[in-house]
Design a protein around this ligand. Structure first.
Ligand SMILES: Cc1ncc(COP(=O)(O)O)c(C=O)c1O
Length: 368
């Protein structure tokens, strides 16, 4: 077929392969009640306040959304103690990753990231013709090696991605380590602190990044309403950074990428402390239950501070995945992260967690 030549950098990018909808899995397997513990969503759903706000917003869907996210911006700037111009809103924090690459990466420029970490850093970077430099996490507990990351920075480096808690391992970077790292970061490098799971962190030694941003250092913290706030389907995330960085990013942003429903729901969700507390408690209980369940199976998960865990099943994760799916439980295989015996599992409700552990026990017995 005759077609125009695509851009060269796209040879490194494969189209995203989404999993099947839960309903389709149920139809194919002839079962009901399939549970998805694969995408780190909040199984409690959206906050009831957000659901109410969406019902009200539905009457306004004929209007374009507020491209400035005025009310959300005001609210978050107050909560975070930053100026409104220090915030950027986007169609999920995924979109901010693309904006960062389009803003700062010329073809051949580099960015440093951990391995394993969130796949969209690589995607965004390559889209702009950039080159990733991956630095392995270290040890059984998959810690960041920030010295090795510093050593991977060269004159072509524009961005460094640090994900804390890290997806898929759930591990965190600590305050002092980050502070030492930022002190040594070359002036022309922007630090992207991806904090999609920040609200789940219990360790008081985890940095929020806000001090650095308030000092005007080249740091952007990425947050999302997709995880603890339970609004993944609406697509809304935001970034906090010095105003000059937000100004740069705003040049490549589509004016209406954050829809009106998402803005209304996010605003309401921010006020629902009860939903946040219930979500955190559910995850804490899930973590304890999984630890006991894994222990009984002779498995050990990586210590995490997120709403998911990364566990070595000591079996082929693709086989484990298939066998779990047959039993109505969907998880994420570790092979996509380079760890073919690991699976990543989102903590679910108490009932979902029981079902997962029961299914895992059967599956591992079957595969032995
Ligand atoms: C570490 C990390 N960052 C960002 C995102 C993307 O979030 P959003 O739904 O806001 O695009 C995810 C989603 O899985 C994630 O795990």
């Amino acid at each position: 077929m005759k077609k125009p030549d695509r851009r060269d950098c796209l040879k490194h990018i494969k189209p995203y392969k989404p999993g099947k909808p839960v309903e389709e899995v149920e139809r194919e397997l002839g079962i009901s009640g399939v549970i998805k513990l694969a995408s780190n969503e909040n199984p409690l759903g959206a906050s009831p306040l957000a659901v109410e706000a969406m019902k009200k917003a539905i009457n306004k869907m004929h209007d374009y959304p507020d491209g400035y996210c005025y009310y959300l911006r005001e609210e978050l700037s107050k909560n975070l103690g930053v100026q409104p111009e220090q915030l950027i809103f986007a169609n999920g924090s995924d979109e901010i990753l693309t904006l960062l690459a389009l803003t700062y990466i010329e073809p051949g420029d580099e960015a440093v990231m951990a391995n394993p970490s969130f796949s969209q850093y690589d995607f965004a970077l390559r889209l702009a013709g950039g080159v990733p430099r991956q630095v392995d996490l270290t040890g059984d507990d998959f810690q960041y090696d920030l010295d090795a990351i510093l050593a991977a920075i060269n004159e072509k480096t524009r961005l460094v991605f640090l994900c804390s808690p890290n997806n898929p391992t759930g591990t965190i970077i600590r305050k002092q380590e980050l502070s030492r790292f930022i002190d040594k970061l070359p002036a022309k490098v922007l630090l992207v602190l991806d904090q999609a799971y920040l609200e789940y962190v219990e360790d008081p030694d985890h940095p929020t990044g806000m001090d650095y941003i308030k000092q005007g250092l080249p740091v952007i913290s990425l947050r999302t309403f997709s995880k603890i706030y339970g609004l993944a389907g609406l697509r809304i995330g935001y970034g906090i950074a010095p105003a000059e960085i937000i100004d740069d990013l705003s040049r490549v942003r589509q004016p209406f990428s954050v829809n009106a429903m998402a803005q209304a729901a996010a605003m309401a969700a921010l006020h629902d402390q009860d939903h946040l507390e219930r979500s955190r408690k559910m995850v804490e209980e899930g973590r304890i239950k999984f630890a006991l369940g894994f222990n009984a199976l002779g498995l050990k998960a990586v210590p995490d501070q997120a709403n998911f865990c990364f566990v070595d099943t000591k079996a082929d994760s693709k086989e484990v995945f298939q066998a779990l799916m047959q039993r109505g439980v969907i998880v994420r295989t570790g092979d996509i992260f380079g760890f073919p015996t690991f699976i990543r599992v989102t903590y679910g409700t108490a009932e979902q967690n029981d079902r997962f552990l029961e299914a895992l026990k059967e599956v591992l017995a079957e595969l032995q």
